[in-house]
Design a protein around this ligand. Structure first.
Ligand code: NAP
Length: 300
């Protein structure tokens, strides 16, 4: 009930979605269901994607360009791969006004904030950089999910020039969609996500390639069980999106690869020396940390 009255207060006339894929389309569906917006205009790189979004009822109107999706909108969501965010800012900046709320959903934040400051100039205050910790290993409008954001964290990485009024509007939108919002610096965000998201994805990709390069790969894979399935689920993720994330957060990711290599070498050294005490202690430390982390997650 409290959410409903908040939603009514923050109703928008028109939402412009740039990038009608998984994240953008799920946001559109959730905004519509929450009654937060009257009309949704969408644009995607391929006209066929935008047409599909219209056909599936995700958007109400197709736009022929990013600029057209912004025209007449009082809220805009940029949901394109992170490497396309700067060119999107360039394409829309002529129509941004101080009372328009612009957000992104990019998985990296230092590069996005740098682009916003470089391209948007004095209009940067309307932009609230956001990363919803929600998603799937499948992409595209056909996988849009009205419940994708429900109960999830959204991280804001505001800049010094971000308007306080826009920040609180952004917070009320995500809260009305059932999210918990927290803020941090773009650098702290990218360091944390290099560790808990970017490296795990890279390891899942590397695992599949490491097995795939062996001549008995198919035989081995035919025997794999649920542990392998859990560990490699994210290796099925979208190549363009993950390429962009790895490049955008290259420095932090390389630091995590370095730390990981040292840990792996520790396991290797224990095996080479048949040092059961060290090997078991390393496994026990990992197991204890995983159990504790899981308990914290479930108590939140
Ligand atoms: P997606 O399903 O592949 O959707 C991306 C959409 O962006 C596609 O519709 C694509 O259009 C469109 N696009 C690409 N370049 C464009 C451009 N220059 N102008 C306009 N549209 C463009 O990907 P997604 O999973 O929604 O990811 C979108 C963003 O969310 C990324 O920045 C990603 O880092 C972030 N994110 C993703 C997840 C996740 O788990 N998926 C989680 C958190 C954050 P076409 O269909 O025409 O190619």
């Amino acid at each position: 009930m409290a959410l409903f009255s908040k939603a009514k207060k923050t109703q928008f006339e028109q939402l412009g979605i740039i990038g009608c894929g998984l994240m953008g389309s799920s946001f559109a569906l959730a905004m519509k269901r929450a009654g937060l917006v009257k009309r949704i205009v969408g644009y995607s790189k391929s006209p066929s994607t935008t047409a599909k979004a219209l056909q599936l009822g995700v958007i109400d109107v197709e736009a022929a360009s990013a600029l057209q999706a912004v025209s007449g909108s009082d809220i805009v969501l940029i949901a394109v791969p992170v490497a396309a965010i700067e060119s999107t800012f360039k394409a829309i900046k002529h129509l941004i006004t101080p009372d328009m709320l612009i957000m992104d959903v990019g998985s990296t934040k230092t590069d996005v904030v740098d682009s916003a400051q470089r391209v948007l100039g004095s209009l940067v205050g309307s932009f609230v950089p956001a990363h919803p910790i929600a998603g799937k290993e499948v992409s595209g409008v056909e996988n849009a999910d009205v419940n994708l954001y429900n109960g999830r964290q959204v991280i804001f990485t505001p800049m010094g020039r971000t308007l306080t009024a826009q920040l609180s509007r952004a917070e009320s939108v995500w809260t009305a969609l059932g999210c918990n919002v927290q803020s941090m610096s773009p650098e702290a965000h990218d360091a944390a996500f290099a560790a808990v998201s970017h490296l795990p994805h890279l390891l899942a990709f590397a695992m599949m390639n490491s097995i795939g390069a062996q001549k008995n790969a198919d035989d081995f894979l035919s025997l794999a069980g649920s542990g392998f399935r859990d560990f490699t689920r994210i290796a099925a993720s979208d190549p363009e999106m993950w390429h962009d994330i790895f490049i955008a957060n290259r420095t932090q990711l390389l630091a995590q690869i370095d730390t990981f290599k040292q840990t792996l070498q520790g396991f290797e050294a224990s095996l080479l020396a048949s040092d059961s005490i060290k090997l078991e202690a390393a496994i026990a430390a990992a197991s204890k940390r995983r159990v504790q982390w899981h308990l914290t997650q479930n108590s939140e």
